[in-house]
Design a binder for this molecule. Structure first.
Ligand code: MMA
Ligand code: CA
Length: 319
């Protein structure tokens, strides 16, 4: 044995020893059952392989069968869905054709109506055309007749013109008459001769001072009976004129009232109250019934008094 061979032999021995040691250690680690399984001969290994192969085959077959079942179930569901879809498709198609049929019928009925109307219209057009051809002869005559009438009217024109002139003359005369009437009215106002007996005249106006007394509404009625109204004062001169005709402590109703609305004084002729001669502290609307009618004192001052009081009164009317 060479030196190197000796070295190799030493190495192999060492290697074998080491492996034995490892195996010893492994045997110590692995449990006993597994150890018995692993401790098999080549024949037993082949048998085990076959068994494993058979097991794998069985597993594969089972899986294949299961999958096949699933596929067939899915296929069946698909088939059912397809049938359902075909059915619904057929139903929809049927419905559509029915609707179309109904529409067709309706349309043809409407077309029938339109057609008959068109026939009527064309008949009417034909009629009108016929009438127009007929008219060509007759209407021409009618037109010339009308022209003749218009021409004849020309002969009336001078007469109509005269009539217009007469009308103008009449309106001129009426305007003159109005002016004359206005003149006489002014004259009568200036002369103012038309105040009734017992009435006083002041500035183209007649006044009546009563000797008796009445409540305000009756006094107003009395004046109306003479085409007059209770006195309405619209100047200081007028107020003074009336006051001068009042003797002593007598008072007279004036045509001033707020009976319709408290505090809203109005003259009986509709004029609004602007110039006033209230006594100091008036109007005070005293008493249970209030004071809605106005009297004048000899001083020329006014007082609101109860309308149902009996007082003398002054009527007024233009001359
Ligand atoms: C007083 C005064 C007037 C009132 C009368 C009622 C005499 O005057 O109060 O305002 O209208 O009384 O009689
Ligand atoms: Ca008063």
């Amino acid at each position: 044995m060479s030196q190197s061979e000796g070295a190799v032999g030493t190495y192999k021995k060492w290697d074998f020893d080491a492996r034995m040691e490892v195996e010893k250690q492994d045997r110590r680690k692995v449990p006993k059952g597994v150890l018995s399984l692993l401790a098999f001969s080549p024949e037993r290994a082949i048998t085990l392989l076959y068994v494993l192969l058979a097991l794998a085959f069985v597993l594969f077959t089972t899986l294949a069968i299961v999958n096949l079942q699933r596929v067939s179930a899915a296929w069946e569901a698909l088939e059912q869905a397809r049938t359902r879809s075909e059915n619904s498709h057929a139903t929809a198609w049927h419905n559509l054709s029915e609707v179309q049929h109904a529409l067709d019928q309706q349309l043809s009925a409407e077309l029938e109506v339109i057609h008959s109307r068109l026939l009527n219209v064309s008949r009417e057009v034909e009629n009108a055309r016929w009438k127009m051809t007929q008219c060509k002869a007759g209407c021409g005559k009618e037109l010339s007749d009308r022209v003749r009438v218009l021409e004849e009217r020309d002969t009336l024109e001078p007469v109509l013109r005269q009539l217009a002139e007469v009308k103008q003359e009449q309106s001129r005369a009426s305007a003159l008459l109005d002016a004359a009437l206005e003149g006489t009215r002014n004259l009568s106002e200036i002369l103012c001769t038309s105040c009734p007996a017992g009435w006083q005249q002041f500035a183209k106006t007649c006044y009546f001072f009563s000797d008796t007394t009445k409540p305000w509404p009756s006094a107003a009625d009395f004046c109306a009976g003479f085409n007059a109204h209770l006195a309405v004062i619209d100047s200081e001169q007028e107020n003074k004129f009336l006051a001068n005709h009042i003797m002593g402590n007598r008072v007279f109703w004036l045509g001033l009232t707020d009976a319709h609305k408290e505090g809203d004084w109005q003259w009986v002729d509709g004029r609004s109250l602007s110039l006033t001669f209230w006594n100091s502290g008036e109007p005070n609307n005293v008493g249970h019934h209030g004071e809605d009618c106005v009297t004048i004192y000899s001083s020329g001052h006014w007082n609101d008094a109860t309308c149902s009081n009996s007082e003398a009164w002054i009527c007024e009317r233009s001359c």
